[in-house]
Write a protein that binds this ligand. Sequence first.
Ligand SMILES: O=C(CO)[C@H](O)[C@H](O)COP(=O)(O)O
Length: 239
Amino acid sequence: MADAATKADDYKVQAARPAIDLVKPGMKLGLGTGSTAYHFVEAVGELVRNGLEVLCVPTSEATRSHAEKLRIPLSSLDETPQLDLTVDGADEIDDQLRLIKGGGGALLREKIVATASDRMVVIADESKMSETLGSHPLPVEVVRFGLRATTRLIQALAAEAGCEGEVRLRPGQGDLPFITDQGNLIVDCAFHTIPEPEVLAFALKRVPGVVEHGLFLGLADVAIVAGSGGVQVIRRAGA
Ligand SMILES: O=C(CO)[C@H](O)[C@H](O)COP(=O)(O)O
């Protein structure tokens, strides 16, 4: 078990390494969240220690505090509304580079930052690749008000989009729910298979209590995926 975890972490390091070659002096960067993005942030920290000038926007408070420890110069989207490149992890990736994100609960800021970037590069180990999205529960960020009504509507509209399964409030510490950096809740939707991600995304956007969902469609330009066969670079058609 420990060996499998170590191998997966090695792959995460291997996926992060080529992404660092895309970083050029003066760039404005989005810094992703999670255990894979962690390695990219570490590598940016090393470049900064060696004199590289970049300005970075973190996608979560966790990444902010990591980057601060590394003395990476930070900004916000208010000060720096357009970024050159965002590098982030993913929970699931299909061959069209459609993603499920939000396993770490940062999907809202991650999507805002990726959308504000000229390019989004995803880094991942091979376990994240999937023929059909849905094996990872889809995180959906919702407001607290009307949670049960929101959950029911998510289920009903998702069913119309061909997706059925348990919609569960993400637990946090003790008896408390998980709270996002924006002070919202997350429901994880165990749909198992999402036959038409665009149709589901459209349906979820019709639910008033939904702030954002973890389907990232047409956002990732490149995926760098590391595994037993080496490192593969996958480009989205037309990107
Ligand atoms: O979307 C995310 C956080 O909200 C992460 O990018 C995703 O969960 C992947 O994380 P990891 O690299 O730890 O597997």
